[in-house]
Unconditional design. Sequence first.
Length: 436
Amino acid sequence: MLIAGLMFPALFGLILIGLPIAFSLTIVSVGAGLAAFGPAAFNQLYGSFYSASTNFILSAIPMFILMGALLERSGIAERLFRVMNMWLGRLPGGLALATIAMGAVFAAAAGVVGAVEVMIGMMAIPAMQRMRYSNTLIAGTICAGGSLGTMIPPSVIAVMYASLAQMSVGKLLAGMMLPGLIMVTLFLGYIAVHGMLNPPEPAEDQDVVADLPLGEKLWATATTLLPVCALIFAVLGSILAGVASPTEAAAVGAGGALLLCILNRRFSVPVLSESLAITVRISAMILLIVAAGTMFMGVFAANGGARLIRDVIEGAGLGPTGMMVFFLLVVFVLGFVLDWTANVLICVPLFSPFIRSAGIDPVWFATLVIVVIQTGYLTPPMASSIFYLKSIAPPDMTYGEMCRGVLPFIGLQVVTLLLIIFFPQLATWLPEVIVN
């Protein structure tokens, strides 16, 4: 068990010196395998890599990414933001409300956290600064809206989690729906109250898109928002009804996004080429980490890693509740060092056997883990959301303003987490009702 105990410190050491996560996982896996089993370790490593590479469910990930990339590159996402601004622009904090609503809709369409945040940030920052919103509210709103790609189904993280935990993708997506809606509602409620208490002073050149005639608003909604919502409904509905597998539903989503591009006269060879390039780049990154993480966990288990974790839990005298809290704390702390892909890859195979043996509902626990990962995504100082925002933010938006801006939304995510903990039915009722 000594080798298993040294694997995580070695992994974090390599990550902290700047080595990519996939390479860090591979180096530690190979080193620990050779130290424990000699050249025979390569049979174990190859088997783990092959099982990850041939996992049918994971093939849904590139299709979901392609769906989001097509909607973003074709300009449909920009039109979505305009539609949201039409209906919400005159409410207190209207542009911020539109940004959160846009984040929720595009999160359901794309499912990739960083892509959602960068896309809505590039559209929302100039508009919100023109309306003289504070930089703290701008930063918090964009980071929170972008983070919804974790929680709003269908999300890539849910597909990956379900695959690793050997559970139903449809049940997990259904379990995330009510908590996701609660979180979006809390975000919108906070922004509305903030807007009433601290109304921004409109600039002379403010956007008057909210003052357009009702007929124009309805036409823009019918031609932009409703088709995207129909696409999301088709993808989610087919998975939850058991009509299609996640991979088949993701292919329908990608095909539907391509059809929307054509119908909106935004399709071109450069748009398709850029969308495919984005899909290949992000998919290769995620799937390489999946394969390397599978090797890492295989070697960790072969060296007595599960027994090491069991001894730690029993030695600390943790019951089922204490064990669950301990696991959630580990996920949260790892979120400071690892991105969500590596976090899920390391924690899910490690914790799932203990969760099942303790009789804890796996859908409930999975929903809690995903909320914690999303909270870690926003939490300074090592917040991925802030790093994404920093890459597109204007020079006058400081790191300190970004950190202060996300704090209220972190609090709202904690409220969501507590609601799920004290009312497990929020995550378990819907899967029992609608998933076959």
